[in-house]
Design a protein around this ligand. Structure first.
Ligand code: ZN
Length: 123
């Protein structure tokens, strides 16, 4: 089965195997889909023009998020982020389940937000 395409010049339908339009003779340009030509040098999509010089944090957002979700009750993510005081506070209050809940919510938040936002706060 052959797919038909429209000639950009006359609008006539031509076969995908044709090299030129059967109606006006315009040479057919084979359209290459953009997905087939991956450009690895393309800049990051979430780049924020409002903060072009936002510092890239030394802390890994993903690691902190996962630590918060799994070990949030013990405040491990705070020790990782260098906020030792908050971490100790979590250990003291781990029996209340509040640090675990906060760790879970913040962990999900960190995993979903972008690096610049995270770095601005915890980097
Ligand atoms: Zn044509």
């Amino acid at each position: 089965m052959a797919t038909t395409n429209e000639c950009p010049n006359c609008g006539g339908h031509y076969d995908s195997t044709d090299m030129e339009c059967p109606y006006c003779g315009t040479p057919i340009e084979r359209q290459v889909h953009p997905e087939f030509t991956p450009n690895f040098s393309r800049p990051v999509q979430n780049y924020q023009p409002t903060a072009p010089y936002a510092p890239v944090g030394s802390k890994n957002r993903i690691v902190a998020g996962i630590l918060g979700i799994i070990l949030g009750a013990l405040g491990i993510q705070w020790f990782y982020l260098g906020k030792t005081g908050l971490g100790i506070l979590c250990i003291f209050f781990c029996w209340t389940y509040i640090p675990g809940l906060v760790g879970l919510v913040l962990g999900i938040m960190w995993l979903t937000q972008d690096d610049a936002t995270f770095a601005a706060k915890y980097g």
